[in-house]
Ligand binder design. Structure first.
Ligand SMILES: Nc1ncnc2c1ncn2[C@@H]1O[C@H](COP(=O)(O)OP(=O)(O)O)[C@@H](O)[C@H]1O
Ligand SMILES: [Mg+2]
Length: 359
């Protein structure tokens, strides 16, 4: 049997929690790869050994016990298996900032030996779907750090009076070994209007953070991510080594995202530049969703990708923006020879409105 076939069976067995098959398949895979890839065969057999002695398999790659809530015994953070993350597509200015961080961290020993600290606490802010979580994961993959994440908003709501204490545990865990700790929905530590969270507890959380940030070790990175930077105190902002604003993608970044989405499928899609232009003010996550929808339609119905994506785009923007509608009608007429009626249907407007847009 081909090794790829084992992988498919292994995925099924793991998803179904069929441990007997997982073990049997893993043993087969070890036998098949041990000559060419002894290190990977060893890694798999270590995972099996740990599991057989009742220890979490992830400990075989140095993942210790996760910090837990004292009462509920629920793990406080999520640790993810290391994997290679593609570099997110950003505007040129942001790319330069990321390059600088990369260079700094590649000179970590030199800097530390001279009493300097490389950037190791970063506040990332921007609208939903611009790539905050993605960037944090990318850093963890780039710098070979374990990726641990804690959703602050659910921590604050589920641990109430124990949030400060639990946060301290999580931070101690991340300080111990090289880790990228992502504190997501970070604005949850700020007091919001008409919010019933205990103010005293939030203050304790902030104090824990301020203190821990000061003593944060260079080998780990703390990333706080938020869609609402305006809710955060100046004192907190100042304590981070760096604040990164991720804006909505500009034309070049949008084009890169679209090209990346279509790179693995063989279809004739010419008007990517035009689409990138039309996707102004749209987040990366939304662009990706749009591309996925388009690919499906193109694959199933053999439609023209330009036309599908163009119509999906209009659905996304329906009625929101006159400027968009005008641009849409112009392109619909010039590039796709659409009738007024078709345009009216897509935009949910009357034919006379379309005539108006095209005046
Ligand atoms: N700049 C980007 N380049 C490539 N993919 C992106 C980018 N931004 C977001 N994505 C993708 O969009 C989805 C949502 O992104 P995420 O990082 O979770 O957004 P955020 O945390 O800012 O809300 C993910 O699948 C992510 O990989
Ligand atoms: Mg996110």
């Amino acid at each position: 049997m081909r090794i790829e076939k084992y992988i498919a069976s292994l995925v099924r067995a793991s998803l179904d929690n069929d441990m007997r098959s997982v073990r049997a398949l893993s043993t087969k895979i070890i036998r098949r790869i041990k000559d060419e890839n002894p290190d990977i065969a060893y890694e798999i057999s270590e995972a099996l050994n740990y599991n057989a002695s009742g220890i979490s398999a992830s400990r075989s790659i140095g993942y210790g016990f996760l910090p837990q809530d004292n009462d509920s015994r629920i793990d406080l953070i999520r640790l993810e298996e290391p994997s290679e993350i593609i570099r997110p597509f950003f505007n040129e200015k942001l790319n330069e900032i990321i390059n600088d961080i990369e260079i700094e961290r590649n000179h970590i020993n030199k800097l530390v030996s001279m009493g300097l600290k490389p950037t190791s606490s970063i506040l990332i802010f921007g609208e939903p779907g611009v790539g905050k979580t993605h960037l944090a994961k990318y850093f963890s993959s780039l710098f070979k750090l374990k990726f641990a994440s804690l959703d602050m908003s659910s921590a604050v709501s589920s641990y109430l009076g124990k949030t400060g204490q639990n946060l301290k545990k999580v931070i101690d865990f991340a300080k111990e070994e090289p880790t990228l700790l992502l504190l997501d929905e970070f604005d949850a530590i700020a007091k919001k209007r008409d919010d019933t969270t205990d103010l005293g507890e939030l203050k304790r959380v902030v104090n824990v953070l301020l203190k821990e940030l000061e003593e944060w070790p260079a080998h780990s990175i703390l990333v706080a991510a938020t869609n609402h930077p305006e809710l955060l105190d100046k004192a907190i902002w100042r304590r981070f080594d760096m604040a990164i604003n991720i804006p909505l993608p500009d034309y070049d970044a949008r084009l890169e995202i679209i090209e990346n989405e279509f790179k693995d499928i063989v279809i004739d899609f010419k008007k990517k530049e035009l689409v990138a232009k039309l996707l102004k003010d749209v987040s990366a996550a939304e662009i990706i969703k749009l591309c996925e929808k388009t690919k499906k339609q193109v694959i199933i119905y053999d439609k023209s990708p330009e036309k599908v994506i163009f119509i999906e785009l209009a659905n996304m923007n329906q009625g929101k923006n006159i400027e968009f509608n005008k641009m849409f009608c112009r392109i619909a007429r010039e590039e796709f020879s659409m009738t007024y009626r078709e345009m009216a249907n897509i935009l949910g407007k009357s034919v006379s409105a379309i005539q108006n847009y095209l005046k």
